[in-house]
Ligand binder design. Structure first.
Ligand SMILES: Nc1ncnc2c1ncn2[C@@H]1O[C@H](COP(=O)(O)OP(=O)(O)OP(=O)(O)O)[C@@H](O)[C@H]1O
Ligand SMILES: [Mg+2]
Length: 466
């Protein structure tokens, strides 16, 4: 083995992948082998699903055998429930990579002892690398405090740590259970993850909180997760990807020379986020359409994401004389996000999935203000995370947002690198559109107000001719 390979191998050995999308990113790669993770949360929060993913993906992706000790579900129920998340544990069992210990009917101390000796046998015989105990409350209910401490110390810490079996202990909401017997558990475990939920609008936002991560420096202590038919997925905050060299050099505009030169002073820097803010009817969509179409025609993969009705957007392209099918053929992708009944995490995960799959260099994001039904703090956090996500992928973004107040007072203002304000003023019998750059990343700019017209392309004119 070459030196590089040895280092690789050591590194590989140093982390145990959780098998849950996004979770490892929070822990800087994964768990330490032999660490004990306390996973707590209310009923239905996804503790079992997450733990099953840990075992299942451990076997399927990393070839590591796993053991699931279940006091809360019978074997049949477990197999059936997990099959709905596309996890076929029967097959793993046949392949010798999985053991299920059915402790569903264990209610007294005698049968508990039998089960526990069974667990020890399995740990000794199978090359078990991962274990789940679902739940530790069930065990605690049958033991007194000292016995429980002894069990945790001997079995979990003793055997698992020594043999480097990484272990998840599931606990049903530690917070509300004022169970002195379990209170100590958090101290004994290396990592403590709490699952929580809160209602925003009429949807539930699920998030996890890392309360403890021994020897790790988690990149965030709170992250949203969602449960879909693929199981639990965590939206990990941003880890900056190394930007492709050259990709972020240069400036881009919306493809109309007058606007690009006068208003954008030659264009916005690649990889930045530009906000177009103004009241309804000021042509924000028009600017996005031109930006997106000119990007595609220049040969760049361009995402057009809208929180509005996608058919209306396509009509705008057609009205501007663009052939939507042709644009799609040349590298445009349209995505419609419903702004309602979604949580920030769902939007961010969908967006991340799109970016991974499509890898655009340009993106138009239409009407983020549609998300303003979210509590202000959630909205603000979402806009910032969206901006950060695009930057991570080196995407140049033009984002519109409807607003009737001074743009400097909006939540979007701070999240954007460049800000263009558009509005309309009555002059005599005429409504005159006006445009002004309010912020331009890394450049001094002159806040000059100009007239904006959409006849014959995007045109700008000086307000006063001297
Ligand atoms: N396809 C799906 N899409 C979204 N959510 C789903 C889907 N299938 C199941 N769920 C949800 O996933 C959760 C399953 O959670 P799980 O059984 O892991 O909870 P738990 O934390 O172990 O709960 P308990 O403490 O009751 O054992 C449930 O809340 C269920 O509503
Ligand atoms: Mg469960």
């Amino acid at each position: 083995m070459e030196k590089g390979n040895v280092e690789e191998a050591l590194k590989e050995e140093e982390t145990v992948k959780s098998g849950v999308n996004g979770l490892d990113d929070l822990f800087g790669g994964g768990f330490d082998p032999g660490s004990v993770i306390l996973l707590s949360g209310p009923p239905g929060s996804g503790k079992s699903v997450m733990s099953a993913q840990f075992i299942y993906n451990g076997a399927v992706k990393y070839g590591e055998a796993g053991l699931y000790v279940n006091f809360s579900e019978s074997r049949g129920d477990f197999m059936r429930n997990m099959a709905r998340f596309r996890m076929d544990f029967n097959r793993l069992e046949e392949e010798g990579l999985f053991r299920f210990i059915d402790a569903y009917n264990v209610f007294n101390r005698r049968s508990l002892d039998l089960i526990l000796s069974h667990v020890l046998d399995e740990l000794a015989s199978l090359r078990v690398r991962r274990m789940v105990l679902d739940s530790v409350n069930s065990v605690a209910a049958m033991m007194d405090k000292d016995e429980l401490r002894g069990f945790i110390a001997a079995t979990i810490l003793g055997i698992c740590k020594v043999n480097k079996v990484t272990c998840i202990l599931i606990s049903n909401q530690l917070k509300e259970v004022a169970d002195v017997k379990l209170a100590e558990l958090a101290f004994m475990c290396d990592t403590v993850i709490n699952l929580e939920a809160k209602l925003i609008g009429d949807t539930v936002e699920r998030f996890l909180i890392i309360n403890k991560a021994r020897g790790k420096n988690p990149i965030a202590s709170r992250a949203e997760y969602i449960i879909t038919d693929r199981g639990v997925e965590v939206f990990a905050p941003i880890v900056r990807l190394p930007a492709e060299r050259g990709r972020l050099d240069g400036y881009v505009g919306i493809g109309h020379p007058e606007f690009d030169e006068k208003v954008l002073m030659g264009g916005v820097r690649r990889g930045t986020v530009t906000l177009i803010s103004g009241p309804g009817g000021t042509g924000k969509r028009f600017l996005l359409v031109e930006f997106a179409a000119s990007s595609v025609l220049r040969g760049e993969k361009t995402l057009y994401a809208t929180f509005r009705d996608l058919r209306r957007v396509e009509e705008s392209f057609i009205n501007r004389g663009y052939d939507v099918k042709e644009l799609e053929k040349r590298g445009m992708r349209f995505v419609e996000f419903s702004p309602f009944r979604v949580t920030p995490g769902i939007i961010l995960l969908t967006l991340k999935e799109t970016l991974d799959d499509f890898q655009p260099s340009m993106a138009a994001v239409e009407e983020v203000a549609s998300l303003k039904w979210l509590p202000r703090e959630d909205y603000y956090r979402l806009i910032n995370k969206m901006a950060a996500l695009f930057k991570d992928y080196g995407v140049t973004v033009m984002m519109s947002s409807e607003s009737n107040v001074d743009v400097r007072e909006t939540d979007e203002f701070r999240a954007a690198d460049n800000v263009i304000s558009v509005w309309s003023e009555r002059e005599g019998n005429e409504a005159v559109r006006k445009v002004c750059v309010v912020k331009m990343e890394g450049r001094t700019h002159y806040e000059k107000v100009r007239k904006l017209t959409y006849e014959g392309g995007v045109r700008v004119a000086e307000l006063y001719e001297y």
